[in-house]
Each structure stands twice: as C-alpha cells, then as structure tokens.
Design a protein around this ligand. Structure first.
Ligand SMILES: C[S@@+](CC[C@H](N)C(=O)[O-])C[C@H]1O[C@@H](n2cnc3c(N)ncnc32)[C@H](O)[C@@H]1O
Length: 269
C-alpha cells in the first residue's frame, strides 16, 4: 500500500472547496471550531484518529483518501471496470522488439510490471515465454486472468504495488510499459538497479516511460492524478542503464486518451 507524505491538509481543503463548504460550515458539521479546520488545512495539526471517519463522511470521501492513499488504484479500477479492454488487445510494439532480441526458443522468463489488463503478458505467454505479471489494479488483474484463460495460456498474474514490490528472483526479460512515471525521481535509480540485478546474463530490460515534453499538448488522462505522475526527463533512463548494451530507442506521441509522450528503450545486460 502506498501512503504519500501526509498531505491531509491539502486533501481536506480541496474536498471542502469542491463541496462548496466554508471552514466554518465544515467545523459546525463536526462540532468543532473553525480554527481546528484551519490548522488541519495549514498542516499545523492533524485530525485525531477518532475524527477521521466523521471527517471522511462530512467530505464525502474515504479515510484512505484523507491519508493520501493512492487514488491511482481506484482510478484504474474504474477504467478497467467494463467488458471492453481499455488498452485494447493489440500487444505493445516494444514486445516485438523484445522478441527479435530474445526469440522464444525456450521459455524465457518474463516479468511485466504494471501489466494493466494483461494484453502484453498474454501475448508473451502465447508466444511461448514463461510470464509473471503484476499490477496495482485488482480489476485489471481479474481481467488479465480472464484474458489468459480465454487464450488458454498460463500467466502468473498477481496484485502488487511497485512501491512495495521487490524482486526476489531473476528474469530473462523485465518489461514495463507506461508505469514507471508513478515512481518519483528519487526512487527511480534504486528501482532500475533492482531490475538490473535481477536480470539474467544477456537478459533484457525493456521500458516504456512517459517523458516531460512541455510543448506537447497533454491528453485528458494525463492531467488526472497530477501529483502522482512524475514524467521522466529525456536522457534519464540512459543514465540508469549507461553500463548496459543499448539496442532500441523510439519516441512516440500517443494520440489517445492516455496520451502524452512515450519513450521506448531496450537494453541487454
Ligand atoms: C498506462 S497503464 C499501462 C498498462 C499496461 N502496461 C499496458 O501497457 O497496457 C498504467 C498501469 O500502471 C498501473 N499502476 C499504477 N500505479 C501502480 C503501482 N503503484 N504499482 C503497480 N502498478 C501500478 C495501473 O494500474 C495501470 O494498469
């Protein structure tokens, strides 16, 4: 589970304003002084534990949200909560790049980090790779399992959060598409080092990340959960992999709902 640095004051203030309440009105509904609300919003005091559920009700939100628990979860769960596959069923282009470098002449082990509804993981499994894949979205994982079942392939799908998950076994291919911008820049080097250490000799890391391009109009999806997104800087991935053999770099503008600017890079150890 991910808790950001406590930003309870900001959450309270934002929700209160969204509901059109004054500090005084919120205070009255909770039977407290408006100064108490003001202190919470200025982050000079936190609400007591017993106050949190009442406050959540008054602000029509959850205690998790008040504590800064990632809303990315519910956001993706909502998007995946349909019969249709939100990202479609076509594999990402980077999957074919990987196959050219390490074709499935034996069941190479693949890890798909942030697999969404599983289209790429299932594609790899259909090609003969031994695939493990995880995502934070329960809904995504459920749909991914159904997709694997429908395609009669085995994939080790499970729910996990990149903030908690630490690799404990080696993979031949570690793949992640459109996910690593959820890691703040301070955590990224450690995460990449961990992927590198858990990649077999001549194995692949293939990453697709959102990159900062202020001059490109951002898509509707990208402006949601703004504070959770940390697009990479151009060149940042190269820095993390300076000691690996570089194969492919492709830059793409995504003209769709999740839009933005992606960079695909593939390295081998
Ligand atoms: C843009 S989608 C990409 C999905 C998939 N890789 C694809 O290309 O179809 C981003 C995915 O990252 C997942 N995600 C977001 N935050 C995450 C986290 N902290 N840990 C694991 N997965 C996360 C979301 O649930 C979502 O499925």
């Amino acid at each position: 589970m991910r808790i950001d640095n406590l930003k309870t004051g900001e959450v309270i203030c934002k929700r209160r304003k969204e509901l059109g309440l004054t500090q005084n009105q919120l205070a009255k509904s909770l039977n407290i002084s408006f100064q108490a609300v003001s202190k919470w919003e200025n982050n000079t005091a936190y609400p007591d534990i017993e106050m949190l559920p009442k406050l959540a009700v008054a602000l029509n939100t959850t205690v998790d949200a008040l504590l800064g628990y990632s809303s990315v979860v519910t956001d993706y769960d909502k998007r995946y909560n349909t019969e249709e596959y939100y990202w479609g069923l076509m594999p990402n282009r980077i999957c074919y790049d990987i196959m050219k470098i390490l074709p499935p002449i034996k069941p190479y082990r693949v890890l798909d980090i942030g697999c969404g509804e599983g289209k790429d993981a299932v594609f790899f499994a259909k090609c003969g790779y031994a695939v493990t894949a995880f995502d934070i979205s329960e809904q995504g994982i459920e749909k991914a399992k159904k997709l694997a079942e429908h395609n009669k392939v085995e994939v080790g799908f499970f729910k996990a959060d990149i903030f908690d998950y630490r690799l404990d076994t080696e993979y031949d291919i570690i793949f992640s598409s459109g996910v690593l911008h959820f890691l703040p820049d301070t955590d990224r080097k450690e995460f990449c080092d961990c992927m590198k250490v858990h990649t077999t000799e001549n194995g692949i890391n293939a990453l697709n990340v959102f990159v900062q391009k202020p001059f490109i109009t951002r898509a509707p999806d990208e402006t949601r959960d703004e504070e959770k997104r940390h697009p990479w800087l151009s060149g940042e991935l190269f820095e993390c992999y300076h000691d690996w053999l570089f194969h492919i770099c492709r830059e793409e503008i995504f003209d769709c709902n999740s839009g933005g600017y992606h960079i695909n890079i593939v390295w081998t150890r």
